[in-house]
Design a protein around this ligand. Structure first.
Ligand SMILES: [Ca+2]
Length: 183
């Protein structure tokens, strides 16, 4: 039986040191050069990157949809107020509700908050996969420089402009569109 002696005044055992200046020597880490990589290794790395990309994309899409569920509800609904000068006033602005009702964009305009004057604006029908989950957002500003606030309907990367006609909101015609410059 082998007998091993140890100094009991200093019982701490030392780990054997690697040859080199420190515990770990950089010379021991093998980094292959580009030229030494095999085609199989390169193809495998590319395939792994593609799989990672699609996995991250799916995770981001899932996260955005859950966020929209919380913020806009199962039936995507957006509320806001704006003063247009159509049966409303700065102190009592109009209320707007924009919905994606099973792909049909519908906007309710309640002038001055008076529900008896509610107007319904039928927007576009949305085609494409999962478009029934797309939020419909509204923005208001004067886009044609006539000092009357207009309505911009944003659906994904598309923007529909409804001009303030003084007594109603009307979809901008191609001729009107040609005469203005959008930011
Ligand atoms: Ca305007």
């Amino acid at each position: 039986m082998a007998v091993r002696t140890q100094d009991m005044r200093n019982p701490t055992m030392r780990l054997p040191r690697a040859k080199g200046k420190g515990l770990f020597s950089l010379r021991r880490i093998h980094i292959p050069s580009i030229g030494s990589l095999t085609p199989t290794y390169i193809v495998g790395a590319i395939a792994a990157a593609v799989v990672l990309y699609f996995a991250l994309s799916a995770a981001v899409s899932w996260g955005i949809e859950r966020y929209d569920d919380v913020r806009y509800g199962e039936t995507r609904t957006f509320h806001t107020n704006a003063y247009l000068g159509i049966d409303d006033s700065p102190m009592n602005p109009s209320h707007f509700v924009a919905m994606n009702l099973d792909r049909q964009v519908i906007i309710m305009h309640i002038p001055g908050g008076d529900t008896s004057k509610t107007r319904i604006i039928n927007g576009p029908y949305l085609f494409g996969a999962d478009e029934d989950r797309t939020p419909v957002l509204l923005d208001f500003r004067d886009v044609n420089g006539d000092s009357m606030t207009d309505m911009i309907v944003n659906v994904k990367n598309e923007a529909l402009i409804y001009l303030n006609r003084g007594d109603r909101l009307g979809l901008m015609s191609p001729e009107e569109r040609a005469n203005i410059t959008l930011e």
